[in-house]
Design a protein around this ligand. Sequence first.
Ligand SMILES: NC(=O)c1ccc[n+]([C@@H]2O[C@H](COP(=O)([O-])OP(=O)(O)OC[C@H]3O[C@@H](n4cnc5c(N)ncnc54)[C@H](OP(=O)(O)O)[C@@H]3O)[C@@H](O)[C@H]2O)c1
Length: 313
Amino acid sequence: MQAADKLRDTKIPLNNGSGAIPALGFGTLIPDPVATKIATKAALEVGFRLLDTAERYRTEKEVGEAIQEVFKEAKVRREDVFIVTKLWNTNHRPERVKPAFEASLKKLQLEFVDLYLIHTPFAFQPGDEQDPRDVNGAVIYDKEVTLLDTWRALENLVDEGKCKAIGLSDVNLEQVKEIFDAARIKPAVVHVESHPHLPEWDLLNYCKKNGIVLQAFAALGHSMEPRLLEDPVITAIARRVDKTPAQVLLAWGIQRGTALLTTSKTPSRIKENFDVSAIPDDAVREITEGIKMRVRLNSVVETGVPGFIPKDK
Ligand SMILES: NC(=O)c1ccc[n+]([C@@H]2O[C@H](COP(=O)([O-])OP(=O)(O)OC[C@H]3O[C@@H](n4cnc5c(N)ncnc54)[C@H](OP(=O)(O)O)[C@@H]3O)[C@@H](O)[C@H]2O)c1
């Protein structure tokens, strides 16, 4: 970890010699494509150096356009930005992995990504329909492929050099252990919902012990109830340390040793969310020990169906 006043520039080393991941990242799960592109450019311009997208978000094209424009303006270089995308549930069969990955690269206009994640551990019926349902509206799963089969196909992508690191998303501790124990190339990152209402300490401790980075999404509570940004512990600390509630939450996440993601389509908030510096250790402790409420906002871990995908996606 770097010095406290450089908290926002923290980078966490990844396993397998695959570099280091910026702790503070910008997510691109934004419903409107125009807003996605504007927000992505704004995020790079204020200083974010990690962008998170996914086949499922349908934002790869806009993220690709935004980064290419910023690169052309010579404001940022490719090697300075850590780019993450994800394999969707309908592409878990090993023979579908490379085509899906290459389609993502093409949309992103990139030669390689820094991190490729399996978006969820649930395999859906293979095909172009991202959310396959039967006549009763139930998800159609694919029982012919295991998570380990898909992982092996991701390992091959690393061997080919088009993807520097691989990881898992929306998994529980048992699933991480299963893949970690069997993997030839270990997961570098585990990407899950996490914030003071869902701290995931057991998972974080396992990850730290095994050299895996836990990357938290919904770090600000995804603007959902109960509003984390209005939690009295957070707002009191924010007043005391003269920061905004969002800045307090982001500092807590980095200071407890996770990477994290935040998203905003609002320019002032994008700037605010990058303007993060350390909070005192007693404030970190107060959040950890003082917030007792436990809430999972995104039920994706139960079915593979993302709770956060806006209806028009
Ligand atoms: N793997 C998965 O299943 C999964 C699921 C969900 C998300 N993710 C990833 O994680 C990223 C982050 O997740 P998230 O969208 O839940 O993040 P979040 O930062 O917790 O929530 C974003 C929401 O908070 C608002 N917000 C942002 N900054 C704020 C601030 N300073 N003050 C007040 N409100 C603020 C935004 O509003 P405005 O936009 O209106 O400003 C937006 O409604 C996503 O973009 C995506 O890349 C992954």
